[in-house]
Design a protein around this ligand. Structure first.
Ligand code: PMV
Length: 324
């Protein structure tokens, strides 16, 4: 056990293609958003004080031994101790995050990941992503009920991933970097509610929804080919198409559609909602490769400005590269 404080962090994420369909067994693609992060500092605490989690941003102070099993922050710590076969140490875990919560940017996932890493390294164990990801997946089940596993995978590996439930993830080669502009509607939304809504609709009309999931799965595969080939031009129309299919699934909202339309009108190559939907964030492809060979925007600034003017509560720009 280290006598000095240790710090660990984890990035946000966006889903580029395939949200919701991925819960129903189709593939999806997600990329890390390193501009926003959750950070956890583990400090030794007085003997006998046990493990305390402090999330001052949320006004939360949690003693591990006194909270219910399904408290998500405590669960991340508890699963880590079980995995390492270690007793509860005397430690304080301070949690900070710059990732907007309940908006599809993976805030809960990043916090859980940073807790697992900080606690493990406080206990002198370095856990790799292949160990961290399944631990965080257990916490995701508390948050979301039936998560696909894509969020914990992309956040733990901190690189673009192609993911299919039950088949695991494959790292993506990014042939040509591209820039995403992320616009926040400012409306918090619950992934659990959105996933449940889609599940109920699917139960009522399996043929229709399975067909929509299949169409989304096909365009995820086209997206993967385009990303690997460095064909940024092909990505925009695929994002547009994915957004239309998400509207058909019933998870868009007037605010998301307004930001998507504003991005497209300002010259974005494509745009879609990202994550659970019904609020939260959308993404736009705002910057084309200078090698792509046709007249395109050369700056995501214009898209970012249009999103702000259309009412986005926050705009983040991120460049997707092979290493995240
Ligand atoms: O956590 P969010 O809002 O980014 O949504 C994750 C994507 C879903 O496909 C809607 C759910 C899941 O578990 O994959």
């Amino acid at each position: 056990m280290t006598p000095t404080p240790v710090q660990s962090s984890a990035p946000g994420k966006v889903i580029l293609f395939g949200e919701h369909a991925v819960v129903h067994g189709r593939p999806a693609i997600a990329v890390p958003v390193t501009q926003v992060r959750a950070t956890v500092t583990a400090k030794p605490a007085p003997p006998g004080s046990g493990l305390t989690l402090i999330a001052s941003d949320l006004g939360k102070r949690i003693a591990l031994s006194t909270v219910p099993q399904d408290e998500p922050l405590a669960a991340a710590a508890r699963f880590t101790l079980i995995h390492l076969s270690m007793p509860e140490p005397d430690v304080t875990l301070n949690i900070h995050s710059t990732i907007p919560i309940a908006s599809g940017l993976g805030s809960g996932t990043a916090v859980s990941t940073a807790i697992v890493r900080a606690l493990a390294s406080f206990l002198d164990h370095k856990l790799g992503p292949a160990e961290v990801s399944p631990l965080v997946f257990e916490v995701e089940k508390i948050h979301h009920g039936t998560p696909s596993g894509i969020d914990n995978t992309v956040v733990a590996y901190e690189r673009p991933v192609y993911f299919a439930r039950g088949r695991g993830s494959e790292p993506l080669t990014v042939g040509e970097p591209f820039t995403l502009v992320i616009g926040d509607t400012g409306i918090r939304s619950s992934t659990r509610v959105a996933v449940e809504r889609v599940r109920r609709a699917w139960e009522r009309n399996r043929a229709r929804y399975d067909a929509l999931f299949n169409r989304i799965g096909d365009l995820v595969d086209e997206g993967r080919d385009a990303i690997e080939a460095g064909d940024v031009d092909a990505l925009g129309p695929l994002m547009d198409h994915n957004h239309e299919l998400l509207i058909e699934l019933g998870v868009s909202s007037p605010q998301l559609d307004a930001l998507v339309n504003a991005a497209r009108s300002s010259g974005a190559m494509g745009a879609k909602l990202s994550g659970g939907g019904l609020g939260g964030n959308m993404i736009a492809l705002g910057h084309a490769s200078p090698h792509a060979g046709r007249a395109q925007m050369d700056d995501a600034e214009q898209v970012a400005q249009a999103l702000t003017e259309a009412g986005a509560a926050r705009v983040i720009r991120t460049t997707v590269t092979a290493t995240g």
